[in-house]
Design a protein around this ligand. Structure first.
Ligand code: ATP
Length: 366
């Protein structure tokens, strides 16, 4: 099921009675989520991710704009008539019920013609449990399950109603690091097997990048960029997106463009044909550095951390806006850890320029 948002906007009145200041939680979102894809809504706390999700499922009413599922305008439909499955961060299972009873619960609540027969309910519950690989644990109570298993019960409970769209609000937040990894792979597998259009909210860029077909990056209620994770990583439209994606994060410097050359501090580092003269922010991905004895970019070496195949060179530079500069290079490249300086040349396609006032991307040829 394709999901289309048209000029979707949510304005909350001020929480403070004395102040008239409204909160524009979601500001004029227009984008289409293609059928059968897993889409990650990504952004820092308060950027409007949950509000967007709640408008899609019908728990929040938009101030303006429309929501379509396929050709159906669902903007004014109540949640129970939209055909959505919702999974929250805290799985909220009924503690006194078994796994089977928890999964059956949404079906038992159906009324009239919508209500399946008892046998159909059981078949669907077992099908959903099988999908999340819990069919052998149907008689357990939630407190006899791990956090990851509990979250899978919540997913099965959302799937049992055969939703048109599955919505997941920070579903991995309550899990420890190992379970997060496992459960996110599970979510990906389940989504692929069912082909249900799935919208996944997270503030964790690595999580979103690893499992999404498409990511939507948001900031303060405003859509910044939408695209395949790798495309957005490699081609960010502004400094915010560049900084938000990537571990270790992008290195940012004050720079100057003069006559087609990029200067970082005194270092004349790169040809940037077509970029206009003036002050810029320079973003360099950690993998954008090449250790090069005669290289133009000269940093003060702090530390070399070898991590198996790669090593992380930690250094400083007077024009850096971060306390340290982190570069990732092949561990075959030998660096003397006792040296004072380390020199680099830069990969042009891993070096980005941003306007010093607007932080928008400045493109250059090469
Ligand atoms: P988080 O990752 O912290 O959950 P989020 O990106 O999901 O954040 P939202 O919960 O959608 O953000 O909130 C977006 C903005 O709207 C925030 O500034 C928040 O304070 C505000 N907001 C959310 N709900 C309400 C409400 N009921 N009344 C007033 N303001 C609200």
């Amino acid at each position: 099921m394709k999901v289309e948002l048209q000029n979707l906007t949510k304005i909350f009145p001020s929480r403070n009675k004395k102040s008239k200041e409204e909160v524009v939680a979601v500001n004029d979102f227009t984008f289409t989520i293609p059928d059968g894809k897993l889409v990650g809504l990504l952004g820092p706390s308060g950027c409007g991710k949950s509000t967007t999700l709640y408008m899609i499922c019908g728990l929040e009413k938009p101030t303006r704009g429309k929501i379509f599922f396929g050709d159906d305008d669902v903007t004014d439909l109540p949640p129970e008539h939209r055909g959505v499955g919702l999974v929250f961060q805290n799985y909220a299972l009924y503690p006194h019920m078994t796994v089977k009873q928890n999964i059956l619960f949404p079906l038992e609540n159906l009324k009239g013609a919508e209500r399946p027969t008892r046998q159909q309910m059981l078949d669907r519950a077992y099908e959903a449990a099988k999908l999340v690989q819990l069919d052998k644990l149907m008689d357990r109570k939630p407190n006899e399950l791990s956090g990851g298993q509990q979250q899978r019960v919540a997913i099965a409970r959302a799937l049992v109603k055969m939703p048109r769209v599955l919505l997941l609000d920070e579903p991995l937040s309550n899990l420890d690091a190992r379970l997060r990894l496992q459960t996110r792979e599970e979510i990906r597998r389940i989504q692929k097997e069912t082909g249900i259009t799935t919208i996944f909210v997270t503030h964790d860029q690595e999580e979103a990048m690893s499992i999404s077909d498409v990511i939507v990056v948001m900031k303060e209620g405003v859509l910044q960029q939408i695209g395949k994770p790798q495309d957005v990583y490699e081609d960010p439209v502004n400094l915010f997106v560049a900084k938000f994606l990537g571990t270790p994060p992008i290195n940012v410097f004050d720079g100057t463009v003069a006559e087609g050359r990029l200067f970082i501090g005194d270092n004349n580092v790169l040809a940037v044909p077509g970029a206009r003269d003036g002050k810029v922010f320079v973003g360099i991905r950690p993998e954008g550095f090449i250790v090069d004895q005669g290289g133009p970019f000269v940093c003060n070496l702090t530390n070399v951390e070898v991590m198996g195949r790669d090593c992380s060179v930690v250094s400083t530079h007077p024009a850096s806006l971060n306390p340290t500069v982190r570069s990732i290079i092949d561990s075959d490249v030998k660096i003397d850890p006792s040296a004072e300086k380390v020199c680099f040349s830069l990969k042009p396609h891993k070096t980005y320029l941003f306007d010093a006032e607007t932080s928008e991307r400045i493109y250059f040829g090469g």
